[in-house]
Design a protein around this ligand. Structure first.
Ligand code: 13P
Length: 247
């Protein structure tokens, strides 16, 4: 944790669930949200954003999307713009997740353009960075994260950074606490160097196999200001337990 920074626990629901399941999950998170020591955010699939936002009604649990296009509007079949997400009730958007970098060839430059579009539409961008297992084994983890930060964050960035080592996502494996702390310290140093006081207070989330059982130890580390939770966010009790562990 960073002194004076309230943790953010964000659920990335990825491509899971029916409309009814998304609404039920959102309702269960809302019903357990009172008095937790963290801000809560849920990020359903595009199709479910409006319904979940309507259900949560601007209350304690915020709603985000998992991507947006870099343009505000235009001939981009199948895409969704940041203003559309804002209009649907979203306040945040995850950008540059490793699954999008891998599945859709998103480069740092693309992520940067999307982060600019999100900010212009009034959304808080959550920009993801993280090394592959091969990069870590080659001793390149810090260099990869620094390169992704330099390329993916626009000038005047005022969002959230999420460190998600690719090899920890959905695998049940996590870096050691020392390794998480080391990367988060590097991210903090880069943010402070580039954005000054704003960078000192910017939230840096950890993501990758975060569960109720490991959350307290990870969230207690310096410069870890919350979590970006995949699998465990699909079970309301687990997601709420992770948020409780932020206290
Ligand atoms: P898991 O928590 O399922 O490992 O996913 C992490 C993630 O990718 C969140 O964006």
């Amino acid at each position: 944790m960073t002194p004076g920074v309230r943790p953010l626990i964000a659920g990335n629901w990825k491509m899971h669930g029916s409309m009814a399941e998304a609404e039920a999950l959102a309702g269960a998170v809302r019903d357990g949200a009172a008095g937790l020591p963290a801000d809560l955010l849920v990020c359903p699939a595009f199709l479910h954003v409006a319904a979940v936002a309507r259900l949560l009604g601007g209350g304690a649990v915020a709603v985000g999307a998992q991507d947006c296009h870099a343009a505000a509007k235009g001939a981009h079949t199948g895409d969704v713009s940041a203003p559309m997400l804002r209009d649907a009730g979203a306040t945040h958007v995850i950008l540059g997740h490793s699954e999008r970098r891998a599945d859709h060839g998103e480069t740092d430059a693309v992520v940067r353009a999307k982060a600019e579009a999100a900010a212009a539409a009034g959304l808080v961008p959550i920009v993801c960075v993280g090394e592959t297992e091969a990069e870590r084994l080659a001793g390149q983890a810090e260099a990869v994260v620094e390169r992704q930060l330099a390329g993916s964050l626009p000038e005047g960035f005022a969002g959230v950074v999420a460190y998600e080592p690719v090899w920890a996502i959905g695998t049940g494996r996590t870096p050691t606490e020392a390794d998480i702390g080391a990367i988060h310290a590097v991210i903090r140093a880069r943010l402070a160097a580039r954005f000054g006081a704003a960078g000192q207070g910017m939230r840096i989330l950890y993501g990758g196999s975060m569960k109720p059982g490991n959350a307290a130890a990870i969230l207690a580390l310096p410069n870890v200001d919350g979590g970006l939770v995949g699998g465990a966010s699909l079970v309301a009790a687990d997601f709420l337990a992770i948020a409780k562990a932020a206290g």
